[in-house]
Design a protein around this ligand. Structure first.
Ligand SMILES: Cc1cc2nc3c(=O)[nH]c(=O)nc-3n(C[C@H](O)[C@H](O)[C@H](O)COP(=O)(O)O)c2cc1C
Ligand SMILES: [Mn+2]
Length: 511
């Protein structure tokens, strides 16, 4: 059973100075040592079969990362990694250097600390960059030779970019952005790039286009888990995800000079392209099976990357992210932990007191659908205040439909606990409010017609004990501390294999 201690703070000694691994291949060895990687040597077709195997193997939460070592018809010795992080909080912990045994709440507290560090990237010489093992330019490049998957039967094509990172620079400030945007392969040197409105990669390219210039891009399709995680997480428009990744790892991201574009390339990546986006150069793109468990937006014209240079390692490992219902979605445990950490940061910044924990469960459309916040109630109206603030704070506002507030004795990361609070402390006729026309996405299928989809709505559910009856509210059944200590000490004598579960609250007289 999971340790349920709820911790808001963590000490310096809880967080690592730097991660122990140096690149994707070393990280794979690390997770293999923990029995969290499965190699698949049998030949697998990248056309739907790879997607099907990934989906079936990840229908349970404990599924390992999957390294496909042989792809049907492939002559490039490429390998494909799926479910790199998925629903595994252990693999998340091993990526960011935390103890994989920690509870989800503890990981959220520790994630807050490492996400604040920020370390700028460093440059290494081209000769020392592993990604330069093989370099091709111009007509020598043919991306169609590599095994590029089509995941779902209704996907609009083969997607080279799903578990990718995409670098662009701001034409004004030079800030380098790292985003994860899907990329459909059109031909040997042509890749479609889909960025939603407001995403930094889109704003960057429009900045170049408005000056009459093409926009340089660098994309990597075999990346370490930290670069992938920060690329898929939104940070401030002026913030470089490269600095955030360095801070999380406790050491600088290593970059090297490109051959063609005015951007650096990640020196330890497996497979990197340099290219340019020119205004007006578009081709039909999409759809792609999405994190919602549905196909996303309709096929539409999207900008095309003209590929100028290719850098890769021998037997490159492509990282690919299956988008599917939980627990098969690549955006799983890591995203839930990071999003929850950022919600707690936002609430702390606002200055509201008494916040204890928060969690966006990944089964709720990759953590976007639902947020639970726990507080220690300090005054009348406190729970309603935090509930509203949580619903609209920057880290939680997008998409979220279900916002719950619970007392501090309820662990937001434990759905059983949350359902207990909902079923015993919430009085629906008093405790439910609805916000309308809120920030959402065209990918939410719940509104038909699709034109009204970007407008969402949110239910605010107060599952705290009613403040005016806090003193009289029925006491939850809880063990006497002295009895707990006595039986916990005899746990193995009683024939149980593990330690007795930790408890955080006890019978009132002795609390
Ligand atoms: C596997 C995966 C695929 C994604 N695909 C897209 C996409 O095609 N277009 C998009 O705009 N965002 C996509 N996202 C979400 C962005 O990566 C995310 O919003 C990120 O914050 C973008 O970086 P930015 O904030 O620097 O723009 C995807 C995320 C993941 C994990
Ligand atoms: Mn960004």
């Amino acid at each position: 059973m999971e340790d349920k201690v709820v911790r808001l703070e963590c000490t310096e000694s809880d967080i690592p100075k730097a991660v122990s691994w140096g690149g994707l291949r070393e990280w794979l060895k690390l997770v293999e040592n923990y029995d969290l990687l499965k190699r698949i040597p049998a030949p697998v077709d990248a056309d739907e079969e790879l997607g099907a195997i990934t989906y079936l193997a990840t229908r349970e939460e404990s599924a390992p990362a999957l390294l496909f070592e042989k792809l049907v018809g492939d002559k490039t010795n490429s390998r494909i990694l799926t479910n790199m992080l998925g629903s595994s909080k252990e693999r998340y912990a091993l990526a960011v250097g935390l103890d994989p045994q920690r509870s989800t709440s503890e990981m959220i507290a520790e994630t807050r600390a490492i996400m604040k560090r920020g370390i700028r990237p460093t440059k290494i010489s081209k000769e020392h960059a592993p990604v330069n093992e093989l370099v091709l330019t111009g007509d020598d490049i043919d991306l169609t030779l590599f095994p590029i998957p089509k995941f779902w039967p209704g996907d609009g094509g083969r997607y080279i970019g799903t578990g990718d990172i995409t670098l662009t620079a701001s034409a004004e400030s030079g800030r380098i952005n790292v985003g994860c945007y899907r990329q459909m392969l059109h031909g040997p040197r042509r890749i479609g790039l889909y960025c939603s409105p407001g995403k930094h990669g889109l704003l960057d390219r429009e900045g170049w286009w408005s000056r009459g210039q093409s926009c340089d891009v660098v994309c990597a399709y075999g990346v370490d888990p930290v670069l992938f995680m920060v690329a898929a997480q939104s940070f401030g428009i002026d913030q470089s995800e490269l600095d955030v990744a360095g801070g999380i790892m406790g050491r600088a991201v290593e970059l090297t000079d490109a051959n063609y574009v005015g951007l650096p390339i990640p020196a330890n990546a497996e497979f990197v392209i340099e290219g340019t986006l020119t205004e007006g150069d578009v081709l039909p793109e999409g759809p792609l099976g999405e994190f919602t468990g549905y196909y996303g937006r309709e096929r539409s014209p999207q900008p095309v990357i003209e590929v100028k240079a290719l850098h890769y390692r021998r037997a490159p490992i492509f990282t690919h992210a299956l988008m599917a219902k939980y627990p098969s979605c690549e955006i799983g445990a890591y995203y839930a932990i990071m999003r929850s950490a950022r919600i707690l940061d936002d609430l702390e910044k606002i200055g509201v007191p008494g916040v204890v924990g928060a969690y966006s469960h990944p089964a709720a459309a990759s953590g976007w659908g639902m947020v639970v916040v726990s507080i220690q109630q300090k005054y009348a109206g406190h729970s309603a205040q935090v509930l509203s603030l949580a619903a609209q704070c920057p880290a939680a506002a997008y998409y979220t439909k279900w916002v719950f507030i619970v007392d501090e004795d309820v662990d937001p990361t434990d759905l059983n606990d949350v359902l207990w609070a909902l079923s015993t402390r919430c009085h629906p006729s008093e405790d439910i409010d609805i916000l309308r026309n809120t920030w959402s996405t065209g990918l939410d299928p719940s509104q038909y017609d699709p034109d009204s989809r970007p407008y969402g709505s949110k239910v605010l559910i107060n599952a705290c004990k009613p403040h005016r009856y806090l003193k009289q509210f029925p006491k939850p059944t809880a063990l006497r501390r002295s009895t707990y200590d006595r039986v916990a000490n005899r746990w193995s004598e009683l024939g149980f294999e593990r330690k007795a579960p930790k408890l955080t609250s006890f019978h009132k007289d002795e609390a």
